[in-house]
Write a protein that binds this ligand. Structure first.
Ligand code: HEC
Ligand code: HEC
Length: 205
């Protein structure tokens, strides 16, 4: 009797496993096929679709399918950057993206009070009046916050250049560690990902 129950449980498990693995393998192949199809000629809407597929395969395990970051485990992509990340970078500096900014960003440019005001401004999407201390940051990040190529990254939105830099170098920050995808994604696939991520932008931020 025990043997028969055991055998039945084994069969149920095997069946369940086959159903689950069949779906995942099929889905994976479907998405993987799309991923390999990106070319210079890919039109904008298709680029966005492809970005979504690549995101599903490579990014959603940490960032969530909706890009909201899996309850704080990874960056929430519906916003450019969280206030706690900005405060951390102002305090400690940052040197993650060595391929583009070899000398990184210096620590301690603002005192705690000024840092709080500037971080609120950036995390809120840079709307309304610019705080006076923003001038310190604008010298490298540009007055618009959109960054200066080879000087400092775009803090306003996920530009193609910034997303490619993150993917090439990976990132260690206050939220956690993101692996690099160097050699696993080509330039066009990175562009497709940036296009998809920009489309996740929250309206009410
Ligand atoms: C001397 C130029 C310079 C100045 C001034 C500067 N930054 Fe930066 N900033 C950089 C560079 C370069 C990076 C990229 C650092 C890296 O490689 O990790 C950076 C990165 C950042 C990041 C992290 C972006 C991300 O998504 O990882 C934030 C946030 C930031 N800066 C905010 C500020 C604020 C706020 C100020 C003003 C107090 C400021 N920066 C002033 C050069 C500068
Ligand atoms: C193993 C988990 C993991 C995977 C997989 C992953 N990420 Fe991340 N990602 C993170 C974490 C954690 C952060 C936050 C790092 C920090 O700032 O503390 C992050 C941050 C980011 C940022 C923001 C960086 C910044 O400075 O603002 C971008 C853009 C990003 N990821 C894109 C992607 C894309 C695109 C993929 C898929 C190709 C991906 N990530 C896959 C964990 C992951």
């Amino acid at each position: 009797m025990k043997f028969i129950i055991g055998l039945m449980m084994f069969m149920v498990l095997m069946l369940g496993y086959r159903v689950i693995s069949a779906i995942t393998v099929d889905e994976y192949n479907l998405y993987d096929k799309k991923i390999s199809l990106v070319t210079e000629e890919t039109p904008q809407e298709e680029l966005e679709e492809t970005g979504k597929s690549i995101y599903f395969v490579y990014c959603s395990s940490c960032h969530g399918m909706n890009g909201q970051g899996n309850n704080g485990k990874a960056q929430n992509h519906t916003k450019r950057i969280a206030k706690k990340s900005i405060l951390d970078v102002i305090k400690h500096g940052s040197n993650n993206f060595k391929t583009l900014y070899p000398s990184g960003m210096p620590a301690g440019l603002l005192d705690e009070k000024e840092a709080e005001i500037v971080a609120t401004y950036i995390a809120g999407g840079m709307k309304g009046e610019k705080p006076t201390s923003w001038e310190v940051c604008a010298s490298c990040h540009d007055d618009s916050g959109k960054g200066i190529s080879l000087v400092a990254p775009n803090l306003y939105e996920y530009s193609d250049e910034f997303v490619a830099t993150v993917l090439t170098n990976g990132k260690k920050g206050v939220i956690g560690t993101m692996p690099n995808f160097s050699g696993r994604l080509n330039e066009l696939q990175m562009k497709a990902l940036a296009t998809h991520i920009r489309g996740l932008k929250s309206e009410n931020f």
